[in-house]
Design a binder for this molecule. Sequence first.
Ligand code: 5RP
Length: 219
Amino acid sequence: MSRPLLQLALDYTELQPALRDAALLSDSVDIIEAGTLLCLTEGLEAVRQLRQLCPQKLIVADWKVADAGETLAEQAFNAGANWMTVICAAPLATVEKAHQVAVARGGEIQIELFGNWTFDDARAWHKTGIRQAIYHRGRDAQASGQTWGAEDLARMKVLSDIGLELSITGGITPADLPLFRDINVKAFIAGRALSGATNPQQVAQDFHVQIREIWGAKA
Ligand code: 5RP
């Protein structure tokens, strides 16, 4: 198991606070995500500006693409993204098209696991060459009381065995990390825990302390 990375998700509906947080936390995180909310509001400019502000960072375009995989992947990677998300409900043809563009640009596609998907889907994604997925508890599901449980952990282990590297997200805080100690985690993706904090840099440090304590010996 390698040591999980920390990803900042910028889910603002305006660019300025997103750029402010990116500048503040760039040295404290490994990956910066142009969140779905931000991209729906500000479009490609969100990815372009984050690339300009953080030239050395991995940048994710969290577009949750459902169709037109080739065109949207070209736009995301041209704007400076390293990784782009495709929703698990997308047809396999969309996944394949997006993946082909990603490979040509040295990028990667991440499959967003929300709602309905199966392990056969996961095997099919892996067969196309996809190597990353995001295990996601949606914010609406969280607000309606959905918690992390044994079923999630069991499904994560099967996904790992299939060969998918997993990032985990959905209201994650540093206190949640011990729950995932037996999972091979690519990255923890945190939005509100960082952006909503009084001292976001301190919270980022709290994440890193937990990550080192739990996975440090395994890095
Ligand atoms: C929402 C997302 C978010 O970026 C992700 O879940 C992280 O945000 P938070 O930590 O606030 O839940 O992809 O669809």
